[in-house]
Design a protein around this ligand. Structure first.
Ligand SMILES: *[C@@H]1O[C@H](CO)[C@@H](O)[C@H](O)[C@H]1NC(C)=O
Ligand SMILES: *[C@@H]1O[C@H](CO)[C@@H](O)[C@H](O)[C@H]1NC(C)=O
Ligand SMILES: *[C@@H]1O[C@H](CO)[C@@H](O)[C@H](O)[C@H]1NC(C)=O
Ligand SMILES: *[C@@H]1O[C@H](CO)[C@@H](O)[C@H](O)[C@H]1NC(C)=O
Ligand SMILES: *[C@@H]1O[C@H](CO)[C@@H](O)[C@H](O)[C@H]1NC(C)=O
Ligand SMILES: *[C@@H]1O[C@H](CO)[C@@H](O)[C@H](O)[C@H]1NC(C)=O
Length: 364
């Protein structure tokens, strides 16, 4: 007579031996849409089935129904059928994460996926998803802050495990799309456009941006009317890390990080909140195509600009500014940022970002 234990062992061995396609087929009642999408991408399916140490985030049929009922999605897929394999590969995580590993996470984790196509991301190692777990369950955050909840976990197969999620993940947009679609960042958006930093920022492959809220710009607007475009460019460059994607989980208290402008910013952790110099991170970890954005409540002013000689502000956007000086070294692509060397009194430094102030600034 077979003991219960023996049967359990046999069952475990069978489970251990299940292939990805067997696991998918066994869940056909909830994953048939995913299965048919994968069948339409035979190269991707066989590549993924041959991998080990992966975690598949498998959207349920309901999740796909919701997604596909959005006419914008249908239009996007029509315009670029390559979105389908890209989206599917974003649902394959590099590494095996069982439910137990995820519910006991001490904080958010940013795990790499198999989405590496440069049309969709340049983040080294693959675009990330943010995983947050607690005893209440596990959620996956993707582009636009979309939250997908794990509704069924630990469907193990030979190459790893599979979790069912209730919402299709969103591939993070580019920085421009994120900025222009966030009303609270419209001042920054205007500033980036005015300084012609859109293309340079989009071109950085490993990007971290500390993005001040409109209220942060408003707070200094009064003193900002005389900033030149060069100085504004330097201020913006001081908010950009151009050679690393720094997620909140990477931040160590007291870390100094070189910016595109050349000077370093200081990251601190106080009472569980992250600060950049004196500005507080109010919305961390907005994923973008080439990295991550952290929204902050203050504008960061580089020392190079805030201190120094001539405190007489120049009222005209000047192309006769002294040659750019970069403090710091080793930061790539400094050409996009020319730190105005003419010092301004601390009190007069700021960024005029209300539309009206901009018109004055640029004499338009
Ligand atoms: C999977 O489910 C779909 C939709 O319910 C059905 O058409 C298909 O025959 C099923 N496939 C298998 C292998 O059970
Ligand atoms: C990347 O995506 C683009 C756009 O969908 C597609 O044309 C291209 O073939 C993809 N590249 C790879 C290596 O899959
Ligand atoms: C997973 O990550 C490791 C280490 O970063 C890398 O060597 C490996 O190629 C990745 N696997 C896949 C399937 O991308
Ligand atoms: C899958 O494997 C994990 C880790 O070994 C285990 O905790 C979990 O119970 C397994 N799932 C199933 C359904 O057997
Ligand atoms: C950002 O993405 C949008 C939507 O895909 C696209 O239309 C736009 O050209 C992109 N902008 C840049 C600067 O890459
Ligand atoms: C800006 O420049 C004008 C003209 O030079 C000057 O009158 C004004 O006081 C300056 N504003 C500030 C805030 O420095």
């Amino acid at each position: 007579m077979l003991s219960k234990t023996f049967l359990a062992v046999v069952a475990a061995q069978l489970a251990l031996g299940q292939t990805l396609t067997e696991v998918l087929t066994a869940q056909n009642s909830s994953l048939s849409t995913l299965i048919s999408l994968l069948q339409g991408q035979p190269d991707l399916l066989s590549a993924v089935a041959g991998l080990s140490d992966i975690t598949i985030l498998a959207p349920s049929n309901e999740a796909f129904t919701t997604l596909l009922s959005d006419p914008a999605i249908a239009a996007a897929v029509q315009a670029d059928p390559g979105i389908v394999p890209a989206l599917l590969s974003y649902h394959v995580v590099n590494g095996t994460y069982y439910a137990g590993d995820l519910t006991s996470l001490p904080g958010p984790a940013f795990v790499p996926t198999l989405l590496t196509n440069e049309t969709f991301t340049t983040v080294e190692g693959g675009q990330r998803v943010e995983v947050r777990g607690s005893s209440d369950g596990v959620s996956i955050f993707s582009g636009g802050g979309a939250e997908s909840k794990v509704t069924g976990a630990d469907f193990n197969f030979t190459g790893g495990t599979l979790h069912i999620i209730d919402k299709v993940l969103t591939i993070p947009s580019n920085l421009t799309t994120v900025l222009t679609s966030t009303p609270d960042l419209s001042s920054l958006t205007t500033a980036v456009t005015t300084t012609e930093l859109v293309e340079p920022l989009e071109g950085i492959k490993q990007l971290t941006v500390f993005a001040p809220l409109n209220t942060a710009f408003e707070a200094i607007a009064e003193t900002a009317a005389n900033l030149t475009v060069e100085q504004l460019t330097a201020v913006l460059g001081y908010h950009v890390v151009s050679d690393a994607v720094v997620y909140s989980s990477d931040i160590k208290d007291g870390a100094m990080v070189a910016t595109l402008q050349g000077e370093e910013i200081k990251l601190t952790i106080r009472d569980g909140s992250v600060y950049v110099n004196e500005a507080k991170v109010v919305m961390p970890n907005v994923l973008v195509k080439n990295g991550v954005v952290h929204v902050i409540d203050g504008v960061l002013i580089p020392k190079n600009l805030a201190s120094g000689g001539d405190s007489t502000p120049s009222g005209t956007p000047s192309s006769s500014m002294p040659a750019p000086t970069m403090s710091g070294s080793g930061t790539p692509t400094p050409t996009v940022v020319s730190a105005g060397a003419a010092g301004m009194g601390v009190a007069s430094v700021g960024v005029a970002l209300a539309a009206g102030a901009f018109a004055v600034l640029l004499q338009i």
